[in-house]
Design a binder for this molecule. Sequence first.
Ligand code: ADP
Length: 211
Amino acid sequence: MKVVIFGPPGSGKGTYASRLVNKLGSPHISTGDLVREEIRNKTLLGKKIEKYSSSGTLVPDEIITEILKKRLASELSKGFILEGYPRTVGQAKELEKITKVDVVMNLNVPDSVIVDRLSSRLQCRTCGAIYNEKTMPPKVAGKCDKDGGELFRRVDDQPEVIRERLRVYQEASAPVIDFYRSKHLLKDIRNEDPNADPDKVVEQIVKTIKQ
Ligand code: ADP
């Protein structure tokens, strides 16, 4: 199955996508994680894209598409749960050239919930698992439940960068919704409860995909 999880920053894309892996049997591919990996490994590409990621602006379409293609090359036959891409209509058209997606899940979450969530988000440095100090805390403070890795706060999870990411989302990413709606590939998931149990939302996503 080739599924795109689409939504604003902080809508829970990464959390839900990682939990869908077991249910759908396809790998989770996050362009945000791929970007952070390039930066962490200090690759040539990583050095080029660091400024975008830390300021909450978008990496240019050609660069992010190359990064995605490299990751998809070996695995396309397994399908994917793709998250963080496409983020512009240009990227949606690039993805069409790479492969045909089966469904795009559009997560609808109010801005107030997003800002609240992102400012208390933590991520594991080793495996990328996501926690929230308020709503999904780790069992031991500062340590990942899965592998004991160090939990860190992303540089782009500060209030002014969050606001910039939301602005970029409205301007560049929201048009992607119309692109997929017109192709009848879009399905909406509404989630207005900031404390909704992620497993319940995942169930709702699976049910909607299978409809
Ligand atoms: P968010 O929580 O804002 O959805 P991500 O972890 O998906 O964040 O992405 C972090 C950063 O990586 C983005 O702010 C952007 O700079 C870069 N990035 C990730 N995916 C893309 C993409 N498809 N197009 C352009 N830039 C991207």
